[in-house]
Ligand binder design. Structure first.
Ligand code: ATP
Length: 488
């Protein structure tokens, strides 16, 4: 029967509240057949607050977030009952403090700018949501209701709650009104036969129907963009003149009955809503609103300029880091060999992007393991490690060979060819050859003075074999011989 919760409906209402704070005149009204839940939607209950209490809360919430200026609110409540206005927040007389009193027959004034004011209507300052709620409940209690066949507490009037929004600027700027928010619970359109209304209740029903029809005429005129809009045909449309149509925003909540016997009223309500939806008004904004808009635009432009400057600075910093990174990378690859991703290097920008996009996980790095803390592209790969260790092995091997060749006294015969291609090694081998020849000559000349070295006769022909009694030296010599035979 009631498919949408008030919460869902309020989600649709919320954005228009922002427009009211921004300086638009806003009107939210609940329209529909009697007994379909207009009052329930607007007032709600203590467990499930309606649109009006929620809107009040939201206004205070949004105002507290506005850093550019200080916003205050005032509140008025009235009902349009049988063609006259009744002030729902009028103070109680001192002699009858417990009696609910309403001031009647208030006059509606329109100033040269077209702004509507209601003479003598009580306007209370609401400092916070608590105060606002208190005043709202007070006004609600004195509203006229009657029993009908359709609704046991049927509203017999249109109830209008007005929130006036004031913006306080810097010291030079005085408090100024920026907008009005009207929240209206319209009386239900009713088939008088169906409601079974008689007497006063019947008159009330007729008055409601008449003013709803005047509202329909205004909406039709606004939709057709006619020069003359018949606002003066009812009190309801006179009050809402500056908040319906021109320069304002209107939100209509349409309530319909799901019952088959109500299909006629449902069609009426829906076609009313369809007409209202087609209204588009683009009248000039008020001077106050224009000034506020210009100020806001300037503020936003300034914010944008600052953001652009910041962005430019960051770009420069990224470029510098990029350059530094490339230099370091070059240095790294010159020292340790080419990196795995040399073919498709990841730039710091890409790395930064990857780092930003990838959620950071807590790293479990072993102490002293530098490669874990390096970016991926800086860690060595299996291939580069293999290449590096092969190169190291080669260098170590060369060094060992050179050392052993230099230290040994092996003599090569002139017939032996030295096929080793490295000229350095060739030179060292020749040098070693020369040294061993001197050693041989010395041994020949002074045999007694070189007891440890015996050159065998057989080696004289092809190669001279150096022997030694020292077992360590013998092992070393054997190793040298093997290496030399590999080299030659
Ligand atoms: N969404 C809802 N959930 C539960 N009960 C609801 C809901 N909407 C309306 N009702 C109940 O339906 C009955 C009629 O609702 P309500 O008085 O709000 O209708 P109305 O459209 O304001 O009628 P009228 O035009 O005669 O004043 C009330 O008893 C109300 O509690």
């Amino acid at each position: 029967m009631f498919p949408n919760s008030v919460e869902d409906v309020f989600a649709e209402v919320k954005p228009i509240l922002r427009s009211a704070l921004d300086g638009h005149n806003v009107c939210i009204f609940a329209h529909g057949q009697t007994g379909t839940g207009k009052t329930f939607t607007m007032d709600g209950t203590s467990e499930q607050p309606g649109i009006i209490p929620r809107a009040l809360k939201e206004l205070f919430c949004q105002a507290s977030l506005d850093s550019s200026s200080y916003i205050t609110f005032s509140m008025s409540m009235l009902e349009v009952y049988m063609g006259s206005l009744r002030d729902l927040l009028s103070p109680k007389p001192a002699c009858r403090p417990h009696e609910a009193v309403t001031r009647c027959n208030l006059n509606i004034q329109t100033d040269p700018k077209g702004l509507v004011e209601i003479e003598g209507l009580t306007e209370v300052q609401i400092a916070d949501f608590g105060k606002a709620r208190w005043w709202y409940n007070r006004g609600r209690r004195v509203r006229s209701t009657s029993w009908t066949n359709v609704n046991e507490a049927s509203s017999r009037s249109h109830c209008l709650t007005r929130i006036t929004i004031f913006r306080h600027g810097d010291a030079s700027e005085a408090k100024r009104e920026v907008g009005k928010l009207w929240m209206v619970d319209l009386g239900g359109s009713e088939r008088l036969l169906k409601t079974g209304a008689t007497g006063l209740t019947l008159d009330e029903g007729r008055a409601i129907n008449l003013s709803l029809s005047a509202l329909g005429d205004v909406i039709a005129a606004l939709r057709r963009k006619r020069g003359h809009v018949p606002y003066r045909n009812s009190k309801l449309t006179q009050i809402l003149k500056d908040s319906l149509g021109a320069g304002s925003k209107v939100l209509m909540l349409v309530h319909v009955s799901p019952c088959e016997e109500d299909v006629g009223e449902t069609i009426c309500s829906l076609s009313f809503a369809k007409r209202a939806r087609a209204i588009e008004c683009n009248r000039e904004l008020s001077e106050d609103l224009k000034r506020h808009r210009e100020k806001r635009v300037k503020e936003l432009e300034e914010n944008m300029r600052e953001a652009e400057e910041e962005c430019h600075k960051l770009k420069n910093q990224i470029q510098k880091v990029d350059l530094l990174f490339r230099e370091n990378r070059k240095l790294f690859s010159t020292t340790y060999g080419p990196l795995e991703d040399e073919k498709a290097p990841i730039s710091p920008k890409e790395y930064l992007k990857e780092a930003v996009e990838t959620p950071r996980k807590p790293e479990k790095t072993s102490k002293g393991n530098v490669s874990n803390s390096l970016p991926r592209f800086m860690t060595s790969t299996a291939a580069s490690r293999q290449r590096q260790s092969a190169a190291e092995r080669e260098v170590v091997g060369k060094a060992r060979s050179l050392r052993s060749v230099a230290r040994s006294s092996i003599q090569f015969t002139a017939s032996q060819s030295m096929s080793y291609s490295d000229p350095q090694i060739k030179a060292i081998l020749q040098n070693a050859n020369r040294k061993s020849r001197y050693a041989q000559e010395a041994a020949d000349t002074f045999p007694a003075e070189s007891p440890k070295c015996n050159v065998s006769e057989s080696s004289k022909t092809r190669s001279k074999l150096i022997t030694s009694s020292d077992p360590n030296l013998r092992v070393t010599l054997g190793r040298h011989r093997r290496r030399m035979s590999d080299l030659i």
